[in-house]
Design a protein around this ligand. Structure first.
Ligand code: GLP
Length: 241
């Protein structure tokens, strides 16, 4: 496990973008596992800046997103597809055929999960960008007695709905279900880059990385990954590392 302690969010974003940019520079056809949420926004901004200044090219990059709300399509501003277009894809020269996100509008759950499993099997992930949910979820792999290995459809935990309702008009508008990559697929990424910012993440980081492995804190399983990089700001890492 490698830990980078950033002084603040800006610095964290710079470090994370540098790591992703190095990956793409060394391997232009890298498969990037991508994530959403507040945390990676600054990283995407820096990647866009690097692209615009001519330092980075995405034309061979493949993007595979972790998850998507069930029932939301790319034209819905709350969807993760919209988020990715808005924060990254619309601003760089990534090939739209190389962009993969679970289709939140697919009602055929089995077909959608199978389709996404095939996408991941065909495109082994070089580096998976991750955030951590307030309850320790990664992607939308929620705490439970058992965790699923592959792409699945999941009922969101109450804590997740409570945390994510800030993006919606009210909690009733937050989808209760989602598609997410499974734990095995995340763990099979060659590298994992976990970002955490702000003091609200310190407690869950402590549980995930200073305690035993437990499916009740899905991020704790990342302790088993051979190539885990954590970039956190001082507030998030305080009392943890
Ligand atoms: C969502 C996403 C996760 C993300 C988490 C943390 O629930 N499904 O992939 O890591 O939020 O988000 P934030 O970065 O806003 O704290």
């Amino acid at each position: 496990m490698k830990i980078y302690k950033a002084k603040d969010y800006e610095h964290l974003s710079q470090i994370a973008a540098n790591i992703l940019a190095a990956q793409v520079t060394l391997k232009p056809d890298s498969v990037l596992g991508l994530s959403t949420g507040q945390t990676p926004i600054g990283t995407y901004k820096k990647l866009v800046e690097k692209y615009k200044s001519g330092d980075l090219c995405f034309n061979k990059v493949v993007g595979i997103n972790l998850d998507e709300y069930y029932g939301l399509g790319a034209d819905n501003p709350q969807s993760y597809a919209y988020f990715m277009n808005n924060n990254l894809f619309n601003h760089v020269n990534i090939n739209t055929e190389n962009v993969h996100i679970p289709n939140g509008l697919s009602q055929d759950i089995f077909a959608e999960c199978t389709r996404y499993d095939e996408v991941i099997a065909k495109n082994p992930i070089d580096i998976q960008l991750l955030g951590i949910g307030s309850n320790g979820h990664i992607g939308f792999n929620e705490p439970d007695a058992e965790l699923k290995l592959n792409t699945h459809y999941i009922t969101l935990a109450k804590a997740t709905i409570d945390t994510n309702k800030r993006y919606f008009k009210n909690e009733y508008e937050v989808p209760k279900m989602a598609y997410t990559m499974g734990i095995k697929q995340i763990m099979h990424a060659k590298k994992i880059l976990l970002l955490a910012s702000g003091e609200s993440k310190a407690e869950i980081l402590r549980k995930a990385f200073k305690g035993s492995l437990t499916t009740n804190v899905p991020a704790s399983l990342l302790q088993m990954h051979r190539n885990l990089i954590i970039v956190g700001d001082e507030a998030a890492l305080k009392g943890v590392f």
